[in-house]
Design a protein around this ligand. Structure first.
Ligand code: WT7
Length: 629
């Protein structure tokens, strides 16, 4: 594979990289394509099962696929207990640095202890298998402990990204019917404190199911504690109920592990449901091969645990592999643009996995910042969240990776749970391409009729066979699951992205073809931004679109029609921007709010965002035959 001649701008892996790699490309692609279920079964055997499965894949009720049917396991047991029985017991599982320079670390032994203690606290609050628990905090170890504690007792965790705000949190608490909320008093972001507990208090006024709120002290700023509902995490953890040992709940392979809300084409964010068995096998395997995890590595995924990247590749994937993971609380440029490079040197990080928006943001400050630090520990780099432009790829490769670290540009989604289109260190790379589907996966690019397109033609990116870490359903809404993903081309999973494939079979993802906007790699729906705008008393109607942005990839532009009695003013525009920030979160704040008299609509009343977009970019709006006026 490595000596094959490819077209275009190609970076071939070095002999050292190939020799070191867990992934032997030729073998893996061949084995997985000849014996797909056998490939996954072999990987599953590396993990612990209380009872072995009877069947690897059950496809009798498509698209509700089941994996490792009849198998009994628990992902938290595989993340912690399994290692505590080996010499990894005292190996660091987590190294953490706060934005304010604080430092904490956990061995596998101590991470298991904290998890058990907290699992006992949850139990004492009446949390049982199948209950939902929402977590809302910044990048701090308690988030990992909370997730693992839920998994240990079979509760379903729902992590809400700490950058979301009141309405987003409320919606997620309500839809999941969470019994418990675990929240931090606040979090540090660029030297400022975000008052998470205060946001939660407001969201809780709108949400009824939460019985207990556990508050993790991070900033120490004063918070409101409601008697009978709110309790301090550290106080509960020092009570005798927070015992060091906690029985593990034996889970069926298909029992739910977590739900994670993500934006779709229409309406409210939907809860993507993942399981203990298949998800575990998928993330364990992909991380091992793609980021080439070795015993001595220090691995850093700089994403947020509040997104799927953090679930799969900060929490579960690294722990399943017995790796040492690094977590940093704050912003890459705080207090100076060398913060990341300084920590790579300080902790001897070997693997760095981040997003194109972060790379572009850091690139802006020039090479001198990284060049002041010894980055020679780095061996592999990664990118995720949106297409990486070749210029940023090359900068990352040259300035950060010193031309010796291959870049794993991984394409995947909340729904896929694991890497889908991804290089492995043994594969030649092309800047801007995620290379090929992971071994065994059947992906394709199709036209309107579901027919494969020719090389270099753009089409819909689809997945044609099931994979272990796949979404099982949308929580409480199986019909929406089928409609959203499996009905455009029956039997085929629709990703929502467009892509092309070159003559070498390399995939080039172009972007979303639905109403999802990727802002700095974060996934937002036009519907969420529009409904936040419409919830303001001055707004009658609103439309949101994404337009290209140098650093963020896309930025949000909005158009609103005011209700009668309200007049256009700069202060109203500012108020509307703040309102979106307050309801959805700072990441959703529009770049601009343009007040208009009408919006382009179809005869059936749907806003034609495509027309707004074309107009904003000065392009031809294309077919507007369905336009009303
Ligand atoms: C969407 C999924 C999966 C982790 C973070 C995002 C875009 C993701 C890439 C990539 C081009 C990418 C796609 C996808 N995307 N990775 N390497 N190259 N585009 O998860 O929030 O569910 O978003 O992110 O558009 O559909 P997510």
């Amino acid at each position: 594979m490595s000596d094959q001649q490819l077209s275009g701008d190609v970076y071939y892996p070095s002999k050292e990289v190939i020799k070191h790699a867990n992934a032997k490309c030729d073998d893996l692609y061949q084995f997985a394509s000849e014996n797909y279920e056998g490939f996954w079964e072999k990987e599953a055997k590396n993990l612990h099962w209380f009872k072995k499965w009877n069947k690897v894949l059950d496809d009798s009720n498509k698209p509700f696929y089941k994996w490792f049917v009849g198998g009994k396991t628990n992902i938290a047991y595989n993340c912690l207990d399994v290692h505590v029985e080996t010499p990894r017991r005292n190996k660091l599982a987590l190294i953490w640095e706060g934005e304010n320079g604080e430092f904490r670390s956990f061995s596998y032994f101590s991470l298991r202890r904290e998890t058990c203690k907290f699992a006992n606290v949850l139990k004492s609050l009446g949390v049982v298998k199948g209950d939902r628990v929402t977590l809302y905090m910044g990048r701090i170890p308690e988030l990992m402990i909370g997730m693992l504690a839920c998994a240990r007792i079979g509760a379903i965790h729902s992590v809400v990204y700490g950058g979301f705000s009141v309405e987003s949190l409320h919606e997620r608490l309500e839809d999941s019917q969470s019994k418990v909320l675990i929240v931090a008093d606040g979090s540090y972001q660029r030297g400022k404190v975000v008052q998470l507990k205060k946001i939660a208090d407001e969201a809780l006024q709108r949400a009824a199911t939460v019985e207990s709120v556990l508050v993790v002290k991070r900033t120490g700023e004063p918070v409101n504690m409601e008697a009978g509902r709110d309790m301090w995490y550290h106080e509960l953890m020092s009570l005798p109920i927070a015992n060091n040992s906690c029985n593990i709940e034996v889970m069926d392979a298909e029992d739910p592990l977590f739900m994670l809300y993500t934006s779709g084409t229409t309406g409210k964010p939907k809860a993507i449901l993942h399981t203990h068995g298949g998800y575990m096998v998928g993330v364990y395997t992909t991380l091992k091969y793609v980021f080439d995890i070795h015993e001595e590595d220090r691995y850093w995924c700089a994403a947020d645990p509040g997104w799927i990247t953090g679930h799969s590749y900060i929490v579960y994937g690294p722990l399943l592999n017995g790796a040492t993971s690094f977590m940093y609380e704050g912003a890459p440029t705080h207090p100076y643009p060398n913060r990341w490079w300084q920590m790579i040197e300080k902790y001897g990080i070997n693997i760095l996995y981040t997003a194109p928006t972060a790379i572009r943001g850091l690139m802006r400050y020039g090479e001198a910042w990284p060049n002041r630090h010894d980055l020679s520990s780095l061996r592999i780099l990664g990118s995720v969240g949106e297409p990486i432009n070749p210029e940023a790829w090359k900068w990352y490769h040259r300035v950060i990776g010193k031309e010796k670290c291959p870049i794993m540009d991984t394409w995947w989604q909340t729904e896929t749970g694991m890497f889908m289109i991804t290089p492995m260190p043994c594969l030649p790379l092309k800047p801007g391409s995620g290379t090929k589907p992971f071994p065994g996966l059947k992906m394709d690019i199709v036209d309107e009729n579901g027919e494969s397109v020719k090389p270099n033609e753009e089409g819909y990116l689809v997945i044609k066979n099931p994979w272990p870490a796949m979404v099982r359903t949308i929580y409480n809404d199986p019909d929406r699951y089928v409609n959203q993903y499996w009905s455009r081309f029956p039997g085929v999973y629709m990703t929502g992205d467009s892509a092309r494939r070159d003559v070498d079979g390399y995939y080039w993802v172009i972007g979303r073809v639905d109403d999802v906007i990727k802002v700095s790699g974060y996934r937002l729906g036009t519907a969420e931004i529009e409904s936040a705008l419409v919830s303001h008393p001055a707004v009658a109607e609103a439309a949101a679109i994404g337009l290209p942005h140098d650093i963020k990839g896309n930025a949000i532009y909005t158009y609103v029609i005011l209700k009668s009695g309200f007049t256009k003013s700069d202060s109203l525009v500012e108020e509307l921007i703040m309102h979106v920030g307050h309801e959805v979160g700072p990441i959703a704040k529009p770049e601009s709010v343009e007040i208009v008299d009408s919006l382009p609509k179809t005869r059936s009343g749907k806003i034609m965002r495509r027309v707004l977009k074309a107009k904003a970019l000065g392009l031809d709006p294309g077919n507007i035959s369905t336009l009303e006026e």
